[in-house]
Ligand binder design. Structure first.
Ligand code: SF4
Length: 401
């Protein structure tokens, strides 16, 4: 298979398995955990095993989706980076070997010989440079074209490198592969975000697979982790917060106060700071910290200040709302909690974007990072992940590992 998000993969998921949920429910009976891990365990050696490159379409889909299911437990961690990197290499190699990119998730058409004016072709493909070996000439050949709109959505390279004519971008084989890579990343993220929504329904198989993935990722990114620390619980990065949380932090008018401060901010800040990637929904604060100092010294002051910025200030006319904050943190209705109290009520998870839009539409002012995001916490994790990835790649001079 050339692309797990291409038309053939979509058809198989729908017709052979009856949809993504059904596919995920049968994977544990067909694919052993070790078998799924073979898709990534070669990464340190840099050499993709031949049997991975030659997997049948169905086996390819099952092992790939097994890994996606595992990532639903912890999107935007080093595990996601490992799976992304290994699979981009696998599919790129298959596309190169097949010497075609048709049928992948990007709508590309083959360029007809007479479509490009000779004068342009001579310059771009250096047709008169007879000293160039045929393999070099082949690399310069403009083989594919795609509509400009789709192209601009995906391409993050320079536009100077690309021949654009009459609403189309014309691409060499390598440029088409680069465009495919961008599309893969987007589809990959989108799929992990969708599965994140249903992670509570996934079998424990995926959690076990996730734990094994984590071991491989820790080993592979060892140096980076030693240099930069892990992406788990760490001081809050306010500049990477989603717009809804920034609005809540700035204080809101009376009708929005309780939702913005008690429901959204309390859940967002506590999970983002204490347990950004909870392995299950019924996690308690005491599963994540040894004492309450981080809540009392870091999280509570931010909530109180945001409450004070509301008009009128939230805790002045509703002092009992403090108890409600502890309640939402899972300590029951109290204003003097101990760590042992955690679990007396549910530790509320940040509401999904759809809920925020329904209950407090004034808070949702999406920016470009909100695309495909279903929950404000994943927005934050995604931006942390991208920052760390950029930093890691810079320090490693563009490579990884
Ligand atoms: S899309 Fe989601 S994360 Fe973005 S502003 Fe709206 S609610 Fe917040």
């Amino acid at each position: 298979m050339l692309d797990p998000f291409g038309s053939e993969a979509k058809r198989l998921v729908k017709e052979e398995f009856g949809g993504i949920n059904e596919l995920l429910s049968i994977i544990p009976s067909y694919i052993g955990i070790e078998h799924a891990l073979e898709r990534v365990s070669w990464i340190k050696s840099g050499e993709i095993p031949e049997d991975i490159l030659e997997l049948s379409d169905i086996q390819d889909l099952l092992t790939f989706y097994a890994l996606l299911g595992a990532l639903a437990f912890s999107p935007y961690g080093i595990e996601m980076e490992l799976v992304r990197e290994a699979n981009i290499k696998i599919y790129s190699e298959r596309i190169r070997r097949a010497s075609k990119i048709e049928g992948t998730a990007i709508p590309l058409k083959i360029v007809e010989r007479d479509e490009i004016p000779n004068r342009d072709r001579t310059i771009l493909e250096r047709t008169h440079h007879t000293e160039l070996p045929p393999s070099e000439r082949e690399k310069l050949r403009l083989r594919y074209k795609t509509g400009l709109k789709k192209f601009l959505e995906l391409w993050d390279g320079s536009l100077k490198e690309v021949y654009i004519r009459k609403g189309h971008a014309y691409l060499t084989g390598e440029q088409a592969l680069k465009l495919w890579e961008e599309a893969f990343e987007k589809n990959f993220e989108k799929a992990v975000n969708l599965l994140y929504e249903i992670r509570d329904e996934l079998s424990t198989y995926y959690l076990q697979l996730y734990e094994k993935l984590s071991e491989i990722a820790r080993e592979y990114f060892k140096e980076r982790l030693e240099r930069m620390g892990s992406a788990e619980a760490q001081p809050l990065r306010f500049e990477l917060f989603p717009p809804c949380v920034k609005i809540a932090l700035g204080g809101v008018p009376a009708g929005l106060r309780n939702y913005a401060i008690t429901v959204l901010l309390t859940s967002f800040l506590s999970y983002a700071r204490l347990c950004p990637n909870p392995p299950r929904r019924d996690v308690r604060v005491r599963d994540c910290v040894q004492d309450l100092s981080v809540i009392e010294k870091e999280i509570f002051p931010i909530i109180i200040e945001a409450g004070n910025r509301c008009s009128p200030p939230l805790f002045e006319d509703q002092p009992h709302e403090i108890k409600n904050i502890w309640y939402h943190l899972g300590f029951g209705l109290t204003d003097k909690p101990t760590l042992e109290d955690s679990g007396n009520s549910t530790w509320y998870f940040p509401p999904n974007c759809s809920k925020i839009r329904a209950n407090a539409p004034q808070l949702c002012k999406p920016d470009r990072h909100c695309r495909n995001i279903k929950n404000p916490l994943t927005y934050y994790l995604r931006r942390l992940y991208l920052e760390n990835r950029k930093k890691g790649e810079r320090e490693e001079g563009g490579g990884s590992g």
